[in-house]
Design a protein around this ligand. Structure first.
Ligand code: NI
Length: 206
């Protein structure tokens, strides 16, 4: 894939826009070979990197199709201590494109609650319980089948992005009493166990 250019960065749609609340349309696999879709992928990658973010779904750039890009890497978790990174099971996730993805939770691995944010919901972060492990079935950008198991933070990213393709925002799943502005999160809750926020703000960790 060609290296992303600054000019490829697209505006990110913010919550309140109906495009974020409608189920996205399935992608016709034959369309993946077209210049239009490949250019969209390049633009979405550039937009995710510029934000910076670890995932971006096509509806977030105003395109209502079932396509998302994901990537996590050490530069994106540089603000976390080793123990925070380990608690989140955050590990390198190579750049990938998921087309028409379906997620199958691995229920025996349970759930995990951590702070999550969204480029379409600027300024806020809150605790979201997600499946620790999910199986992902999708197509990649060439239309080849993807079938993989993601665990920890990569599983969280996939669940967040696939939600976007269903018209769901993390605000629909967040423990609302945990919602913090970025400044308050940095001041009070960064680097502390979610249980301390739960005790102070008055909610149960699910
Ligand atoms: Ni999001």
């Amino acid at each position: 894939m060609a290296e992303a250019l600054t000019g490829d960065v697209l505006p990110i749609v913010e919550c309140g826009d109906p495009v974020l609340r409608r189920p996205a349309q399935r992608v016709e696999p034959a369309s993946l070979g077209t210049g239009a879709v490949q250019r969209l992928i390049t633009q979405m990658r550039a937009t995710m990197e510029a934000a910076p973010g670890v995932g971006l779904a096509a509806p977030q750039v105003g395109v209502p199709i079932q396509l998302a890009v994901l990537q996590d890497s050490p530069d994106r978790w540089a603000h976390l201590s080793d123990s925070d990174r380990a608690a989140r099971e955050r590990s390198e996730l190579p750049f990938m494109v998921l087309v028409n993805p379906v997620l199958l939770p691995v229920d025996e691995d349970g759930t995990a609650s951590f702070y999550e944010g969204c480029l379409s919901v600027p300024g806020l972060t809150g605790l979201v319980a997600r499946h620790r492990t999910v199986r992902v079935e999708a197509l990649d950008e060439q239309g080849q089948p993807v079938d993989l198991v993601l665990r920890g933070w990569p599983a969280r990213i996939a669940q967040h992005e696939v939600d976007h393709l269903r018209g769901i925002l993390y605000l629909d799943r967040v423990e609302t009493r945990s919602l913090s502005t970025g400044d308050k999160y940095a001041e009070l809750w960064a680097g502390r166990p979610p249980a301390e926020a739960a005790a102070a703000l008055g909610f149960e960790i699910s």
